[in-house]
Write a protein that binds this ligand. Structure first.
Ligand code: NAD
Ligand code: MG
Length: 391
């Protein structure tokens, strides 16, 4: 049997490393060939991964590090490329299955390129759907690949929809851990630094999504992601805070039944499901011990303390390019917060002001419109940040 061809965009990150681990576990059952691995600043890790996997190509998104990567892979026969064009070269290789795990809007162009070629896309990079939802889904559908969710909530929903009558779907219930500041007042959150905000109670993840869990912007992006993935109305998507992160999400049906997917907070289960769907791989991950867990808690989300959730609803109600604008403004304000230029609560303020400043932007007819809205939102957000007196 021919080997399945795999590329991993963002292989050096948290999802990327977990994906390589799942592949090493699953390769006892199936045969895989690694085509492209991509990273950004972590050249040493990227080179090490490429050698270990016998990759065909390694790409760093950072053009200034091209020489370093080239040197690190000298004599291996592994092709090396860099920058946005290098990422597109990686996308053009004939992988059957692509893990899209670049963080932020930087992942959109290469993922869209691979999708347009007909590859199955295992999607961790939710920003693709938040910014370019309908265009992205349409590109996949036209090219004939499958869109396989990797975000744990969306993988859970995907699993809870399996074998069910789709017409009976009533609602999707996204669970949220509530992040490190679940019980904090706004006054207490006002002065936190990125070092405090990045420490997640249950999951070990990259910096952006960890900060996004603290602001609940991650859940905001996930509401928009769910709308595009599952083609539901915004009012069919509920959010419930579930601090233990054991139930990864649920689907409610017209007969009152609710189907949930549970597991330890470990991304490898969702990655594995996307890899071998519709079958399940054997994975060496922690098993739930219910007696030890003893209880699962739930509470309503608080949109006063976590305005990000309200902004996601606003973006969906306004439609058009508001998803791309929310996403770009949030990413820009995230960088400003990490650099200490604005406070924790300012991230939502900057995002909302940017969304309000661009309400007239019309719907996206092509990807160029998405990139234009993204660039303009970054410009406006940067201006707002520059004029924000750190609270
Ligand atoms: P990470 O920061 O750990 O890794 C990001 C990867 O993208 C790295 O390989 C990095 O080198 C690369 N990268 C960074 N900037 C880039 C740029 N400008 N151009 C190209 N590549 C760049 O992030 P992560 O936590 O692995 O998250 C990756 C994606 O998966 C995000 O969209 C995140 O929301 C999503 N996700 C992550 C988790 C998780 O558990 N970590 C869970 C659900 C969804
Ligand atoms: Mg998630």
């Amino acid at each position: 049997m021919s080997k399945r061809k795999i590329s991993i965009f963002g292989s050096t990150g948290s999802i990327g490393v977990n994906t390589l681990d799942v592949l090493s576990q699953a390769s006892q059952q199936d045969q895989y060939e690694i085509l492209a691995l991509t990273g950004a600043g972590n050249i040493e890790r990227l080179a090490k991964q490429a050698r270990a996997a016998g990759a065909r190509m390694a790409v760093t998104a950072d053009e200034t590090r091209y020489g370093e990567l080239k040197d690190a892979l000298a004599g291996t026969g592994i092709a090396v490329a860099a920058g946005p064009s290098g990422l597109l070269e990686a996308a053009d290789l004939e992988a059957d299955w692509v893990m899209a795990a670049i963080v932020g809007t930087a992942g959109l162009a290469p993922t869209l390129r691979a999708a347009s070629r007909g590859a199955d896309i295992a999607l961790a990079n939710k920003e693709c759907l938040v910014s370019a939802g309908s265009l992205f889904v349409e590109a996949i559908r036209t090219a004939g690949g499958r869109l396989l969710p990797v975000d744990s909530e969306h993988s859970a929903i995907f699993q809870c929809l399996e074998q069910q009558n789709r017409a009976a779907l009533e609602r999707i219930v996204l669970t949220a851990s509530g992040g490190p500041f679940r019980t904090w007042s706004r006054e207490e959150m006002a002065n936190v630094t990125a070092d405090i905000a990045r420490v997640h109670p249950n999951w070990s993840m990259g910096l952006k999504i960890s900060i996004g869990s603290a602001t609940m912007f991650n859940k905001a992006l996930e509401i928009i992601e769910a709308k595009h993935l599952f083609d539901v109305e915004p009012d069919q998507i509920e959010v419930v805070v579930h601090p233990q992160s054991i139930i990864h999400s649920m689907v409610g049906y017209r007969d009152g039944s609710v189907i949930a997917q549970l597991g330890a907070p470990d991304m490898r289960t969702a990655i594995g499901y996307a890899l071998t769907y519709p079958v399940r791989p054997d994975l060496n991950v922690e098993r739930l011990d219910f007696a030890r867990l003893a209880r699962l808690d739930f509470e309503a989300p608080d949109e006063e303390r976590f305005p990000a959730l309200r902004l996601a609803r606003l973006a969906l109600a306004r439609g058009g390019l508001q998803g791309a604008i929310l996403n770009a403004a949030e990413e820009t304000s995230f960088h400003a917060f990490v650099d200490g230029r604005i406070g924790f609560l300012d991230m939502a303020v900057v995002t909302e002001q940017t969304m309000d400043a661009m309400v007239d932007w019309s719907a996206a007819t092509d990807i160029e419109a998405v990139f234009a809205a993204d660039a303009e939102a970054r410009r406006i957000a940067a201006q707002t940040i520059a004029s924000t007196k750190r609270r």
